[in-house]
Design a protein around this ligand. Sequence first.
Ligand code: FAD
Length: 141
Amino acid sequence: MRRIIYCSRATEDISPDELVELLKLSRRNNEAAGLSGMLLYSSMSFLQVLDGESAPLESTYARILADSRHCDLRLLSDTEVAKPLFPAWTMGFDHMDDDDLDQEFEAFTPAVTYPLVNPNLITNAGVAQTLLTLYAKNAAG
Ligand code: FAD
């Protein structure tokens, strides 16, 4: 199994409705492709982890790379892993500035207790990996 972690910057501030649409589409696609993961959105920055088999992961990431809703994608990590970080989530989601979405999605977790996720703060893959691992533990417990 392979894991990629990337961060990016939203080209425009994305409305809650647009985020819901993006999540629905991602979850439908990821379920079909056998992928799981987590998307964090804060202050117009995305941080996403995606786990799955190499071929579906690559084709999904290629679509994500081409998406005009974000830019400045930085691949922070691309590694072989033994198991997924978020096995139950076709795409978990957290938006630090908005609490309306929690009624829409069971994987939503209020983010106030987690550190701010912003590409400017994430200087290397190790930090992102640690952040997401902590997030997975907190979300599970
Ligand atoms: P399409 O049939 O191409 O499009 C489906 C719908 O999406 C259409 O209604 C279309 O209007 C809308 N849409 C597509 N592109 C845009 C755009 N640039 N701006 C506005 N609306 C648009 N996809 C995944 O499959 N899995 C993921 O985990 C995933 N994570 C993402 C994370 C981020 C931060 C972003 C920005 C996008 C992510 N996407 C993800 C979406 C991905 O970039 C593609 O848009 C999507 O995979 C296309 O799927 P499709 O070919 O099935 O849909």
